[in-house]
Ligand binder design. Structure first.
Ligand SMILES: [Zn+2]
Length: 272
């Protein structure tokens, strides 16, 4: 019993550290993808955006380096955004939580891929109001591969079909909402990026009832946070509010607790 516990414990520590490393890579994506003149692999090494000095390997350890350097560049002392260690910590914590929830399964692998695309999408959308195609495409490829493997392992073709349907239905549902919402509000209610993101979410979660829950939760949380921002004077009615982070967080909630919440809902309305 104790041996199982300790091996799970070490595995958990390893997964958390692995998450920190992945988060460090996601930071590179978050910083570089929206910029026109740098790419993911060139320049090869990370650099300080203020003084362009290459960051040494020992100054590039996730979270730890940020703390040891007091959040400043060693060379020019420019402040490093607290967003970087936060993204690393969030990735580590979410990876560990997914391990706790799914165990060492293929569904766990699917959840890790999901987190690794949703996190940079959320941060980039919140900062620049765009959802880069390259991240959507990476997510679609990862999702299709892992979903195919799970479907094969379970010898369950429905698992695959329902997720392909989810991708199509998700994209179409948000496209419809964008068209109808645009006609009613007489302004652009939703971007093409949100439509592609919803297709991606459908691929990872499946169609019914997951998609309905994601749309419901994201609309609700978006409305609450949006009103709070307007009331507190941080945004006005005309300023855009990125929808990506709300879709992404709703998707994670549904991935983890969707079935249970849907069961509770059915019991509540008295259908079961
Ligand atoms: Zn610097």
């Amino acid at each position: 019993m104790l041996e199982i516990w300790t091996s799970q414990y070490y595995l958990g520590v390893f997964i958390f550290l692995f998450g920190l490393a992945v988060g460090s890579f996601l930071n590179v994506c978050i910083y570089r993808i929206p910029l026109p003149d740098v790419s993911i692999h060139s320049p090869r090494r990370s650099f300080c955006p203020e003084c362009n000095e290459t960051i040494k390997v020992h100054d590039n350890i996730p979270v730890l380096s940020y703390l040891l350097l007091w959040g400043k560049c060693r060379h020019c002392k420019a402040r490093i955004s607290v967003l970087y260690p936060l993204v690393e910590l969030a990735t580590g914590a979410l990876f560990l939580f997914m391990f706790h929830h799914f165990g060492l399964t293929l569904e766990f692998l699917l959840a890790l891929a999901f987190i690794a695309v949703l996190l940079p999408i959320s941060v980039i959308d919140a900062r620049y109001y765009i959802i880069p195609n390259v991240i959507i495409a990476t997510g679609l490829i990862l999702g299709v591969v892992i979903v195919c493997v799970i479907s094969y392992q379970r010898a369950d073709i429905w698992y695959l079909l329902i997720r392909f349907m989810g991708a199509v239905a998700g994209g179409m549902a948000l496209w419809l909402i964008a068209v109808i919402g645009g006609a009613i509000l007489r302004k652009k209610a939703m971007g093409g990026g949100d439509i592609k993101l919803m297709a991606l979410i459908g691929l990872f979660l499946g169609a019914w009832p997951q998609l309905v829950m994601v749309i419901g939760f994201s609309a609700l949380s978006g409305a609450i946070v949006g009103s709070a921002l307007i009331i507190s004077g941080r945004k006005n009615r005309e300023s855009p509010i990125p929808y990506g982070p709300f879709l992404a967080s709703a998707a994670v909630v549904v991935l983890l607790w969707g079935e249970r919440l849907w069961g509770m809902y059915l019991r509540f309305v008295g259908w079961h």
